[in-house]
Design a protein around this ligand. Structure first.
Ligand code: FE
Ligand code: FE
Ligand code: ZN
Length: 295
């Protein structure tokens, strides 16, 4: 079972991310190289990176199970403001370079949002941008995330993701399947085998390089994108557990992006240690957060 969560990338950079992941008993992790909403980035420290590599080795943490997530503000779909489109492209190229330096070979990307243009135009802009980005010689895979279809989000259907992948035609372009997003986009996670079958026909199951394992606060097809803790949402524990343990996806990191728990008005706590333990066990416990919430 390869499972982890979203963790922070703070002062201690990847070393801190690894420490946080290991505190949750995780063997995978995902981080943003800086705040997801902005593009301020600190240089990667060689010393901290060395320490991170050693720490990972000591703890048998495989770098193949480390995933980076590009910031939300990158939008490759919209070219109407050319300077912003160029900025998004250049920023992603730089994030890829940071991944290379860190020894991380996967970066998750939200395909983009087609504001004021059609979805078709948005998809074509994304294809054009990805071709430019992938002209650079790199070993980092770009994982397009399946989106909920909130607002003008592109990448809401298997067909849209297939259209991008088939037109960019690069072996570095892969997919990250988010269970909350596909539920909200209208694919029933309780019938995940059917989803995988369609995915395999149109894209190829070998392109799935990461799973975002989240429950959803909203019903099938709601196009909302609000994550819920595992087993507490509309998808439910059984369906998510089946995704986690699917033999075809055995070697792929599963990453939790479930919401923090509000202990008090001011204190929030990560649910990941408890959720990971519950998922490793394989049985849902509605009281799993009891100890965290009673401080
Ligand atoms: Fe995402
Ligand atoms: Fe996600
Ligand atoms: Zn989401």
């Amino acid at each position: 079972m390869i499972i982890g969560s979203h963790v922070s990338f703070g002062e201690k950079q990847l070393l801190g991310s690894l420490e946080e992941a290991i505190s949750y008993n995780a063997n995978a992790l995902m981080f943003y190289t800086g705040a997801p909403q902005n593009t301020i980035r600190k240089p990667i420290s060689d010393k901290l990176l060395d320490d991170a590599i050693n720490y990972a080795k000591e703890n048998n943490f495989d770098f193949n199970n480390i995933v980076c997530h590009a910031p939300y503000i990158i939008n490759l779909a919209n070219k109407s403001q050319a300077d912003k489109w160029d900025f998004s492209i250049n920023f992603l190229i730089n994030e890829i370079k940071r991944c290379e330096k860190l020894g991380v070979n996967k970066i998750v990307l939200h395909p983009g949002s087609s504001v004021g243009i059609t979805q078709e135009e948005g998809l074509d802009n994304i294809i054009e941008a990805l071709k430019i980005i992938l002209e650079n010689d790199t070993s980092v895979n770009i994982l397009l995330e399946t989106m909920a279809g909130k607002g003008n989000e592109c990448g809401r259907t298997i067909d849209q993701i297939a259209y991008i992948i088939n037109n960019v035609n690069s072996n570095l372009l892969k997919v990250c399947v988010d269970t909350c997003h596909i539920n909200d986009a209208g694919y029933n996670v309780n019938e995940f085998d059917q989803y995988l079958e369609e995915f395999d026909q149109k894209i190829g199951i070998d392109k799935i390089y990461c799973i975002h394992l989240n429950d959803s606060k909203n019903i099938l097809g709601s196009h909302k994108d609000r994550h819920e803790n595992i087993g507490f949402g509309e998808i439910g524990f059984e369906a998510l557990y089946k995704v986690l343990t699917n033999k075809k996806l055995e070697n792929i990191p599963k990453i939790l992006e479930t919401p923090y728990l509000a202990v008090t008005d001011k204190i929030k706590k990560a649910p990941y240690k408890e959720e990971i333990a519950m998922l490793r066990k394989g049985t849902f416990d509605k009281d799993v957060f009891k100890d965290i919430l009673n401080i």
